[in-house]
Design a protein around this ligand. Structure first.
Ligand code: AGP
Length: 610
């Protein structure tokens, strides 16, 4: 889950590499480095810490050259320190390499290379690859050939870039499992893990697929397979608004992304609502509607927050379309030999479109000849390109590691999908029109909740020193309880659990005393009476009580310590409203505790390794 960037052209490389790394920092931020080729010499500067630390160093240490590579790391093998930071160089100090992914057979390769006299400076898997390239380069003296022969011996995943002092006009990159996008500019080329690092330099991009490499010279670009067969690639135009990847005056990307949800929810529905017909239009799955509608079962697969959205998708489709739905963790799905037949439609959900476990679930389902659809946010991402069809969220770049606006857009898109399929089966036009009106009212309702952020900040002030939290909900609000707990865990480091409210009696109730804050998502729906009894069970044990409640419900505020009201809406859309106060609560708790909200410890935005 590292970020890699490379540049070859007429401009000084290091400022461009630094700018690119800053935009990729959400992918990993425990150490960083860059290297350039200047007068046939390889220059490297790397260190532990953030890009800002590296940038400070480079004020005092110039790294000239119009060819270079840069890396920001999320450690997998070897602790975050200067030795293990990338780029790694070979014994001759001529070849440098950066890598995103995991070399699974590095141990065996390393022993063999050490037996041939190679000296290793780090404990990383990556360094093995640069010594392997060195080994072949010493034999054949051709960098492209050396990289190819080395990669043919590697097992695992990689997105790499390589430069060499002997080749001052060549940048080589290759991918297997980790994303690489190539930017084609005027007299310059860029490579990166994500278009964000290329935006502002060119809009012409092409994407490497697995087992492909690109040999980039100052005036041309050649793409081949790792086993040396030429590949023709389509050049695509990206429209990227740089503002979208700035903080827009907010102190954190997470807060900006929470506050922009009225717009992003609207953008996820834009041009997809057919008011008269009381249905939705989803061009990306138009040709797959029959296979969805007549599926014997729909199987959602995803990770983390996207998995929580999938749970809500299950409730929606089973309730309104009456097709059996299963929800699988992608990391389990890929290894448990799932039963996939021609009447099963697999739908994977991924904000980044690069999550390794979810990508593997796509490939496993396709291997079993299943139909695989995707719901993704990042345009042109690997999952989007490898699924048979899909739906984009149009939520814009999500930079904060804790996913917020992508979640509400995922649930919005799942509601559109449900409405479309339900109207194709048993739902009436009038019911469909009701749902369309409710969908259209979401942005203003979310805005109303966001306007109440100060009250939530005050509550966070009172509870920021707590060590545990319990989130409870029923029906559509059970996955919201899970998501609320995940948000608190990942950015404030407070231990939190989400549970179906009725499950509390079967164990978690033992945790409750005056030190245990319990958040109930208790909107007015068919299970309201039941959840009031659950609240009474916690009150009886002196737990501190929060309720996310429906406006006008004065009764519940007599039962709990803090009530956060949301406007009323229909069942299947409730999660889009009830999650907002929980996102804000987690955010303010983390800020009060002095946590690094946008780059929480041990996490990264896109998990491209197993
Ligand atoms: C959520 O806040 C986390 N960043 C994480 O759980 C995330 O949802 C998960 O890694 C899946 O990511 P994806 O949607 O990009 O596949």
């Amino acid at each position: 889950m590292c970020g890699i960037v490379g540049y070859i052209g007429n401009k000084e490389a290091s400022p461009i590499l630094l700018e690119g790394l800053k935009r990729l920092e959400y992918r990993g931020y425990d150490s960083a480095g860059i290297s350039t080729i200047s007068t046939n010499k390889l220059l490297i500067h790397k260190r532990s810490g953030k890009i800002s630390d590296l940038e400070r160093d480079l004020v005092y240490r110039e790294i000239p050259g119009t060819l270079g590579i840069g890396h920001t790391r999320w450690a997998t093998h070897g602790e975050p320190n200067a030795e293990n930071a990338h780029p790694h160089d070979d014994c001759t100090g001529k070849i440098a390499l950066i890598h995103n992914g995991i070399i699974e057979n590095f141990d065996i390769l390393k022993k063999e290379l050490q037996s041939k006299g190679h000296q290793f400076k780090s404990v990383t898997d990556t360094e093995t690859l640069v010594h392997l390239i060195e080994e072949f380069y010493n034999k054949n003296g051709v960098l492209e050939q050396a990289v190819r022969e080395a990669l043919l011996l590697v097992k695992g995943t990689y997105g790499i870039a390589v430069v060499c002092g002997d080749e001052p006009d060549m940048l080589i990159t290759a991918r297997n499992g980790s994303p690489i996008v190539l930017g084609i500019g005027a007299n310059e080329y860029l490579i990166a893990s994500d278009v964000a690092a290329i935006a502002g330099h060119t809009c012409n991009v092409t994407y490497l697929d697995d087992n492909e490499m690109a040999i980039i010279r100052r005036n041309n670009l050649v793409i081949k397979t790792i086993d040396d067969r030429p590949v023709e690639k389509k050049v695509e135009q990206i429209s990227f608004d740089l503002d979208k990847i700035e903080k827009g005056g907010y102190s954190h990307f997470m807060l900006k992304e929470i506050m922009e949800q009225p717009q992003t929810i609207y953008d996820s529905m834009r041009g997809r609502l057919l008011e008269e017909e009381g249905t939705a239009k989803l061009g990306g799955i138009q040709h797959e509607l029959e296979s969805l509608l007549y599926a014997r079962r729909v199987l959602f697969s995803a990770c983390g927050t996207s998995w929580h959205a999938a749970l809500i998708g299950e409730y929606m489709i089973e309730e309104s379309v009456r097709i059996p739905v299963e929800v699988e963790y992608a990391s389990e799905f890929r290894y448990r030999d799932p039963i996939i037949d021609r009447d099963t439609v697999v739908v994977v959900i991924s904000q980044s479109g690069e999550t390794a476990d979810t990508l593997a679930a796509v490939r496993e389902a396709k291997r079993k000849r299943g139909k695989v659809l995707g719901i993704c946010n990042v345009v042109g991402s690997t999952i989007a390109r490898e699924t048979d069809a899909g739906i984009y969220l149009h939520a814009g770049p999500e930079i904060g590691v804790a996913s917020t606006k992508a979640f509400t857009s995922q649930v919005t898109v799942l509601a559109l999908m449900t409405l479309l399929l339900a109207r194709m089966s048993s739902m009436s036009a009038s019911r469909g029109r009701e749902i369309v009106q409710e969908l259209k009212s979401l942005p203003s309702k979310v805005k109303k909740i966001l306007d109440g952020h100060e009250y939530i900040e005050q509550i966070a002030e009172q509870y920021a020193n707590k060590h545990n939290f319990l989130y409870l909900g029923r029906g559509y609000n059970f996955p919201v309880a899970l998501e609320g707990a995940l948000k608190l865990k990942e950015i404030s480091y407070i231990h939190a659990e989400g549970y179906p409210a009725a499950e509390m009696k079967h164990g978690p109730i033992a945790l409750i005393d005056e030190n245990m804050p319990v958040v109930f998502i208790a909107t007015k729906d068919s299970t309201y009476e039941k959840i009031i009894s659950n609240i009474e069970e916690v009150r009886a044990r002196k737990g501190k009580l929060f309720a996310i409640a429906t406006e006008g419900d004065d009764f519940i505020s007599t039962k709990v310590d803090h009530t956060i009201y949301i406007p009323p809406t229909i069942g299947l859309l409730t999660p889009i409203l009830t999650i907002i106060p929980l996102q804000l609560l987690a955010y303010y708790m983390a800020v009060k505790r002095g946590c690094d909200v946008d780059q929480p410890r041990n996490l990264a935005k896109s998990v491209t390794v197993e």
